[in-house]
Ligand binder design. Structure first.
Ligand code: PBG
Length: 324
């Protein structure tokens, strides 16, 4: 009895209640983390051109945004900062009163139970737009580690719940774990952007975060999209350095990586459904070329089915609304 006519797989598809019973993957608002772009100034609520429904927000607009996110049942936010001034060493990233440090306090006051995750990187804060310190046109890996560590500590001190290093420097997780432990933040977890590819899908984000490299590109630190074994090594090293959660980024063109990581490791796995993936859906939806809601749900279900436990997505709020 393994073939037709005894076997009829359509029996399980005829009735909605049966389809629901045998459904293997279901999205929930609780799966999502919503990214926010926080900017200096007052009264700023700029919609990001290629990312409709997403805004650069100043601190005074933050409480309103946060209460909406909480009411939708989304468990956490991921913060990106757009500082007033940029310099070669990305000082704004680790200032005590930097934009992110201030934003954390505002959010914690508004919603103490909302998980505040901070992106730890220098690219939004350096005038050259690279994720690390430049030395004669090259990224100095080890000098960058110290600044990433300081950035993480400043986020922890401000009240962040989780830090997420995204600079793709070797040793960044270890450097951050070390400084956090030394300062009695041994209970603060790290979500490592472990397998982060040098992707054209980050284009709209760089508009949003004003972080496009002024010279060159990020291929000396972010991964080659052609590689999967290298991704496994990146995940392995981050786990050895102390990562609590690992990440694959982008998500949709890298579902094979998500699935391979899921099979090989038991750490919680996050997938970042990045800006370009979002923009493409929005653009086609706006033109009426696709059924935007169904396409969005299908894509996000695929990310979860591939093995992601946590989905970072600009779609989070609308999905939470659709799921009611
Ligand atoms: C780096 C960072 C980037 C993203 C998240 N963290 C951009 C980059 O590496 O250029 C991209 C996210 C997205 O495209 O949505 N701080």
């Amino acid at each position: 009895m393994v073939a037709f006519p005894e076997v009829r797989l359509r029996r399980l598809r005829n009735l909605d209640p049966i389809r629901i019973l045998v459904r293997e993957t279901e999205l929930s608002a609780k799966d999502f983390i919503y990214p926010l772009f926080i900017t200096e100034g007052e009264g700023v609520r700029n919609e990001i051109g290629p990312m409709p429904t997403c805004y650069q927000l100043s601190l005074d607009y933050l409480p309103q945004e946060i209460s909406e996110i909480v009411s939708l049942g989304i468990p956490g936010v991921l913060l990106f900062g757009i500082p007033k001034c940029k310099d070669p060493l990305g000082t704004g990233a680790y200032e005590e009163t930097g934009i992110i440090q201030d934003a954390i306090k505002v959010i914690k006051k508004e919603a103490p139970g909302l998980l505040v995750i901070t992106d730890v990187c220098l690219c939004e804060y350096t005038d050259h737009g690279h994720c690390g310190v430049l030395d004669n046109g090259r990224i100095d890996n080890d000098k960058t580690l110290e600044l990433l560590a300081r950035t993480s500590l400043s986020h922890a001190v401000a009240g962040a719940d989780l830090v997420a290093p995204s600079a793709m420097m070797d040793g960044q997780v270890k450097a951050i774990r070390t400084i956090l432990d030394y300062n009695e933040f041994q209970d603060l977890p790290i979500m490592a952007y472990s397998a982060k590819y040098a992707s054209a899908f980050y284009g709209p984000f760089r508009v949003a975060a004003e972080s496009t490299p002024q010279v060159g590109d990020r291929r000396s630190y972010q991964m080659d999209p052609a590689n999967w074994r290298m991704a496994i090594r990146e995940i392995e090293t981050d786990i050895h350095e102390g990562a609590d959660i690992v990440m694959v980024k982008p998500a949709l063109a890298y579902l094979d990586i998500i699935s391979k990581v899921r099979e090989r490791f038991h750490h919680p796995l996050a997938a970042y459904n990045v800006s370009g993936e979002f923009s493409m859906v929005k653009a086609a939806g706006k033109n009426g070329w696709i059924d935007e809601q169904r396409i969005t749900m299908e894509l996000l279900t695929a990310i979860k089915r591939a093995g992601a436990d946590i989905i970072i997505s600009y779609h989070a709020k609308e999905v939470a609304r659709w799921l009611g």
